[in-house]
Design a protein around this ligand. Structure first.
Ligand code: K1U
Ligand code: ZN
Length: 180
């Protein structure tokens, strides 16, 4: 293995209602460089294995403002790591996207969000970047940035839909524990 390659580890994904999922993550600083390099590598490995199209550091128990995203088809990977991402513009127009969450396994719901967003972030080399997104990428970026603020997609549902979904999750988790 060359010096620049890092051995990636699969990280356990926290499941709702883990209280860490409701915390606000802190911005990354230059002092975090080494830790964040390793974290990003582990997050990509964990996201692809799950499988998922996004992952936020709090989902793996790290309260740092880091997300990974890849909404491209499996055969053409387009990995994107975003450090300290910020939504700097969003459209008035909204779009509905069916969302899932690796921290709320096997539960899906339609979520209404701004259709297009512009996000400013630092890339893996700490270079300032901006990305304009629509469609699934826009929904995924907003979903992951929400995780950095302790917000989950179920928060956008009506209380009735949210309760039904979270009860289903609790039952599925209980059944799984019983089988172990
Ligand atoms: O943050 C997460 O929990 C990951 C989540 C991201 C997301 C999904 C859908 C809309 C917005 C954000 C997931 O990746 S859930 C799994 C999923 O959607 C998927 C898994 C395999 C192939 C395709 C999609
Ligand atoms: Zn999620």
């Amino acid at each position: 293995m060359s010096e620049t390659q890092i051995e990636a580890h699969l990280l356990p994904i926290l499941i709702c209602p883990d209280p860490k999922l409701r915390k606000v993550a802190r911005p990354v600083t230059p002092g975090d460089t080494e830790e964040v390099r390793e974290l990003i590598s582990d997050m990509f490995a964990t996201m692809y294995k799950a499988p998922g199209i996004g992952l936020a550091a709090p989902q793996v128990g790290r309260l740092l403002r880091v997300i990974t995203v890849d909404v491209a088809p499996k055969d053409v990977p387009a990995p994107l790591a975003l450090i300290n991402p910020e939504i700097i513009a969003k459209s008035e127009e909204t779009a509905v996207q069916q969302e899932g969450c690796l921290s709320i396994p096997d539960q899906y719901a339609d979520v209404v969000r701004p259709a297009r967003v512009k996000v400013r972030y630092l890339d893996e080399n700490w270079v300032k970047q901006e990305i304009e997104a629509e469609g699934l990428l826009a929904a995924c970026l907003q979903h992951e940035i929400d995780h950095l603020n302790g917000v989950l997609f179920v928060d956008y549902l009506t209380p009735l839909k949210r309760n039904i979904l979270l009860r289903k999750l609790a039952k599925a988790q209980k059944d799984m524990q019983a089988k172990r």
